[in-house]
Write a protein that binds this ligand. Structure first.
Ligand SMILES: C[S@@+](CC[C@H](N)C(=O)[O-])C[C@H]1O[C@@H](n2cnc3c(N)ncnc32)[C@H](O)[C@@H]1O
Length: 418
């Protein structure tokens, strides 16, 4: 059997056994500018065996998914033509095929060098962290040109990875694990580290059709992020300049707000709940609202006369009420530390995944909220006030400008959500 036929026989065999880790087409000799390799993995998309092709360019990656049969034919068309080598990494062996300048083909087999267990059913669980070679990491200044993490960015790097692990787990436990299309909004996106990471993760690691939008007050940051997205051809990643309270899109499936200051977190959670988000992830910061309102219960006075303790109490109270309000709105909610304090002091995560709505649970939770508020003499927490009120969207086109102006959603909040 000709060596090329032997290669395709082995490829099909390993695909059937689900034991392919990856296939890399290399030695590109075609005419497309900047294209280096194609990394191919076996994935399951809508229960169909598929091959995910990541075209790796100098400054960007582009993913295309094919049904397995079509994918094999595509490889056949590329190998020996534009790509002069293929390296197949399987669980049991590595197989390499090379084409000489004269078109002569040589196949070699050696011991397996990769140890991952591919599991297509759970292929979303395989990619625990983001690939350090991703071009956006270099453009955002997290890695250098050699794809090494820049020492001063190591905390951010760690934070992005832990964030994505939590996000991935939330995704798997939500209804979104069954869909291919996903719409994410990141409120207070700042320099876009997480926004880019989520986009890259969903599209390139998960093979999902993701639309991601970052909302940010600062015009300079929006300009910066929009330029990077255009440069890296991340076509469904947009950044909009504006205030969270002015942005009320018709549909959000995942709402992210990391370190949105004070009540900006309440606004973000409210927008997430109102638009029916399946996943709400936020890491609150600067808890000012309740600190001024707390009437210290007599028994706690000896403890809370210390300002630092009062601040901590206000923070715990604010985030507990937020978590309970999310539960009353039908979310399974967790509050936890998401990275250790050595990385940043803003390390609390409120994670809410939409669950079953239960009127009994809602009534019980609302009465717990009232009891806690009474105990501390709290009149109002912004999230509760927002959820109780029928809100007319204060959106004014002049207040918000998106990087893609064709992308204006419907804006309306017409009913009370609590
Ligand atoms: C501490 S930074 C966090 C950036 C990013 N989420 C991260 O974790 O890397 C908070 C960002 O939220 C933005 N921000 C604060 N309040 C906002 C609001 N009401 N609407 C939009 N952006 C807001 C700030 O301009 C800032 O860039």
């Amino acid at each position: 059997m000709a060596e090329i036929d032997q290669f395709f026989t082995l490829l099909r065999e390993y695909l059937e056994k689900n034991s392919i880790i990856k296939l890399i087409l290399g030695k590109y000799r075609g005419s497309e500018d900047g294209l280096k390799n194609i990394e191919i993995k076996s994935v399951s998309i809508k229960s169909q065996d598929s091959l995910s092709f990541v075209y790796q360019y100098k400054t960007k990656d582009i993913t295309k998914n094919f049904p397995a049969g079509e994918g094999i034919e595509a490889i056949r068309g590329l190998l020996g033509g534009d790509f002069k080598s293929a390296h197949l990494f399987s669980l049991t062996e590595d197989i390499q095929i090379e084409f000489s300048k004269r078109g002569k083909c040589m196949l070699s087999r050696s011991k397996a060098t990769c140890g991952n267990t591919p599991d297509k059913k759970h292929n979303r669980e395989k990619h625990r962290t983001i690939d350090q070679n991703r071009p956006f990491l270099t453009t955002l200044g997290i890695t250098n040109d050699e794809h090494q993490v820049i020492p001063s960015m190591s905390k951010k790097w760690k934070q992005i990875n832990v964030f994505l692990e939590i996000f991935q787990q939330a995704l798997l436990s939500s209804q979104l694990s069954k869909t291919q299309n996903i719409n994410v909004v990141d409120f207070g996106s700042g320099k876009g580290y997480l926004t880019f990471a989520v986009y890259d993760f969903l599209r390139n690691s998960q093979g999902m059709d993701a639309q991601v939008t970052g909302i940010e007050l600062r015009e300079d940051l929006v300009r910066f992020c929009s330029n990077v997205a255009v440069k890296l051809e991340m076509d469904n990643l947009h950044f909009c300049q504006g205030d969270i309270k002015s942005y009320t899109p018709a549909k959000i499936q995942v709402m992210i707000a990391l370190h949105a200051c004070d009540t900006a977190t309440d606004l973000a959670i409210f927008t997430g709940i109102s638009s029916g988000a399946e996943i709400i992830m936020c890491s609150p910061c600067c808890h000012k609202e309740l600190r001024q309102q707390i009437i210290v219960p007599p028994v706690l006075k000896p403890m809370l006369r210390f300002g630092v303790h009062l601040g901590q109490e206000a923070e715990m109270l604010t985030d507990s009420l937020r978590a309970l309000l999310l539960e009353a709105a039908g979310y399974e909610t967790k509050v936890f530390e998401f990275i250790s304090l050595e990385h940043t002091d803003k390390n609390k995560m409120i994670l809410a995944v939409k669950g079953e709505r239960s009127p009994d649970k809602k009534a019980k939770t609302l009465s717990q909220i009232n009891a806690i508020k009474d105990f501390y003499g709290i009149k109002e927490i912004q999230l509760e006030a927002l959820l109780k009120t029928t809100v007319e969207a204060p959106f004014l086109p002049t207040e918000l400008s998106c990087s893609d102006h064709s992308k204006k959603d419907d804006f309306s909040f017409s009913q009370s959500t609590l």
